[in-house]
Design a protein. Sequence first.
Length: 494
Amino acid sequence: MKGLPLLALLLALPAQADTLRIGSKRFTESYILGEVLKRQVEGVTAVEHKPGLGNTGIVFAALKAGSIDLYPEYTGTIAKEILKLDGNPNPDRINRALASLRLGVAVRLGFNNTYALAMRDDRAHALGIRTLSDLAKRPGLKLGLSQEFIGREDGWPGLKSAYRLPYATPSGLDHGLAYEAIAAGKIDVMDIYTTDAKIERYALRVLEDDRKYFPGYEAVLLYRLDVPKRFPDAWRALQALEGRIDERRMIRMNAAAELEGKSFSEAAALLDSDGRPQSAARRNFWGALFGPDFWRLTGEHLVLVFVSLAAGIAVGVPLGVIAAKLPKSEQIVLGAVGLIQTIPSLALLAFLIALTGTIGTWPALIALFLYALLPIVRNTCAGLIGISRGMRQAALALGLATRDRLWEIEVPLALPSILAGIKTSAVINVGTATIAAFIGAGGYGERIASGLALNDNVTLLAGAIPAAALALLIQGVFEVCERQFGWMARAHVH
């Protein structure tokens, strides 16, 4: 495995040498800020924005590995979630702590986007809730918090302790979906970012942090220390953003994406505009489905599915043979590939980023390859074990060597079962490959991630439907192959 990270890094070198790589997290504001940074340096240097890379852990791992050069972050997140610093440290203290990682913060963009909890104003008024301390008096409320907030050092665990809130660990809910849930009365309290555009639209009351639990979350650039030297002109262009984005302007850009149907790039362009809010654009599903990115996303998705599937076949079939022919190894082999299947995909992707030293296609392919193994190994093993005793004795009577009996008689007889396993892996891979978008590997998952961030069903379906159609197409092709090879296997017997 030692050669794999080196190979991945060597393959990535041409892009790394010439291209400034900007990352962003999987929520609206981060997408937009990534586009703002990209627009700021276009024409100055080659630039690439890798959007929606997931939560803080994944994006920060990508930065440390050198797969991206910088991304927009918040001082409170860096201090509490990444560095585990006490108090409310300023950028100088943060930079001293980051120096050993060869990272730093710079370019204070001009706004503070802190965490907060919010309720529907009518509900909060009826219950007399104005501050976070007031929540402790109402233990029956239902909380719906984002998964990242629930797990963060500066999120739910510390908040619950600071305010002695009488709640069990609340339900995890995607941030974009939580607004719909609170509007429908399915939850009473949600976590928000104070620059969210939907606060006013959904008539939410932001609860006062009366014990000053949350630190400042000043928007900055978190970057690799070699960036100013490698990209001096681009760095000067980025420094020109210092103080240019106040809270009002950031809320305006967020509203353009979330409420007016604009793309993240179009929202970012409003940095230089004071245009008034527009009515929500009517989204055309067919236009979104066959948008300009359709063929790029299709090509990326096909590469992810079929390259990983080919590797799964090359490794899985021999492992299935070993499990069938060496009885003592059956439980070990099947147990190992079954264990891999239980690892959460995002956790596996985060581990593979650290292992390979890169984000994007390489770790995604490795993860999909590992997930493809179980059905192939299991069906290969079952197909070989299921060959009747009479057929085995007939093969022995031909006087063939053990190896020849295996590949000329037994494997062809087990082929329908093996193909069924490959079909299962292929169909599963089509769906699982959508997760690869969270580490910059592209595919239909890009649309799904954007749709979730915006709570935009049109964009979400424009990614989900092609993935489902591809899965059905692949299943149909494999069923035709199964019938063909099943006939060949029966003919082989006779």
